[in-house]
Write a protein that binds this ligand. Structure first.
Ligand code: KG4
Ligand code: ZN
Length: 342
């Protein structure tokens, strides 16, 4: 089965074609970073308008680059949530309409299920069951995954998501948008001995997270290290960036270790935008080595939003017989536990 995947939940238009026998046949991404940069964050209305302009040309491009025609497509998968409602409506509207015009089935895909299954596009896919750490701009979740659609939420962020905390802290440091990767780059020049940030919610049992306090801690550290009215020097910024990143990474490591203990599982999938972070990857590699566990990540370009993960997840659900009716809707919020097992 050959599936066209469409992702428009936030600030990237992602298109891909996945074949259940041949694997990924083509994919392309249009990032809206330049469009939102002046505003320091995603402007939902601008995001929707840009998806309107980019989605169809990108679908044409991916079909052409894959040497395929519309008639070669057996189904259409589109992200139906969670995300920005207007942005989701664009991909869902185009996806459902194309499926109707091409007389093939359509399926609505959950964005976080897409992230969660993204490591299955790699050569050594993880076997079920496993623990998944989902770390994106909108979500931080630990999930026990027994199969596709069999998700038990073990813990989640009670306030800011990990990526959101990266972005907000980067903004405070004046680093620009999107802050996560920029802050991570600056942190490479940081002195690890200078500041120590807390590891929130690790001193009590449980697998929930809270990252909003780290942002305040970063702000207080900035104020405490300002010389009169002078802007912060670059080295202090780098030291704060590293202390912040280390606190997020170590907190995630502590919780993953706990999740291994609680579930008895020894496979860990890490996905979502923050899984591109190299500091996080090297510490998670160490954790898994120490615990005789296996760790799985998507390739770097499929950590952040993309069409390939949606085409893949949609393909699995279409193969299992799932179908979207002729009507369609999107959900800005959509708990993953509501998904049907396949
Ligand atoms: O999964 P994603 O593309 O979008 C959502 O579903 O939210 O994740 C985007 C998030 C942003 O907050 C971005 O700053 C963060 O992932 N991110 C990173 C890195 N690359 C992306 N955070 C830390 N280090 C990185 N290298
Ligand atoms: Zn995402």
């Amino acid at each position: 089965m050959r599936i066209l995947g469409i992702e428009t939940s936030c600030d990237e238009t992602g298109i891909a074609i996945y074949d259940s026998h041949q694997g990924l046949l083509g994919h392309a991404l249009h990032s809206q970073v330049a469009l939102h940069a002046d505003y320091g964050g995603v402007v939902p209305e601008l995001a929707s308008r840009d998806h309107v302009q980019k989605t169809l040309p990108l679908i044409r491009q991916v079909l052409d680059e894959s040497g395929l025609k519309a008639a070669d497509i057996d189904g259409v998968a589109y992200t139906a949530g969670p995300g920005l409602a207007g942005a989701l409506m664009v991909g869902a509207g185009i996806g459902r309409s194309l499926a109707y015009a091409w007389n093939v089935p359509a399926v609505a895909v959950h964005h976080m299920e897409g992230h969660l299954l993204a490591p299955m596009l790699e050569d050594k896919p993880p076997a079920f069951p496993f623990v998944a750490l989902l770390v994106s701009g909108g979500h931080t979740q630990l999930v026990q995954v027994d199969g596709i659609g069999q998700y038990l939420l073990l813990g989640e962020s009670l306030d800011d998501a990990a990526g959101e905390a990266f972005d907000k802290t980067a903004k405070m440091l004046g680093l620009g948008y999107p802050g996560g990767p920029i802050l991570a780059k600056l942190a490479q020049q940081g002195n690890p001995e200078r500041f120590r940030f807390p590891r929130p919610m690790t001193d009590r049992p449980g697998l929930d997270f809270s990252f909003s306090g780290l942002k305040t801690f970063a702000l207080n550290t900035m104020h405490a290290n300002k010389q009169d009215e002078q802007p912060l020097d670059q080295q202090t910024k780098a030291d704060i960036a590293l202390a912040f990143e280390t606190a997020v990474v170590e907190t995630l490591v502590i919780k993953c270790k706990r999740a291994f203990k609680q579930t008895g599982l020894s496979r860990l999938v890490i996905a979502g935008g923050v899984s591109a972070n190299q500091h996080l990857r090297s510490r998670m590699d160490e954790l898994c080595k120490q615990n005789n566990a296996q760790v799985y990540y998507p390739r770097l370009e499929f950590c952040t939003d993309n069409g390939a993960m949606i085409a893949f997840a949609g393909c699995q659900r279409l193969l299992a017989g799932e179908r979207q009716g002729l009507e369609f809707s999107v959900r800005a919020r959509w708990p993953m536990e509501e998904l049907a097992a396949i």
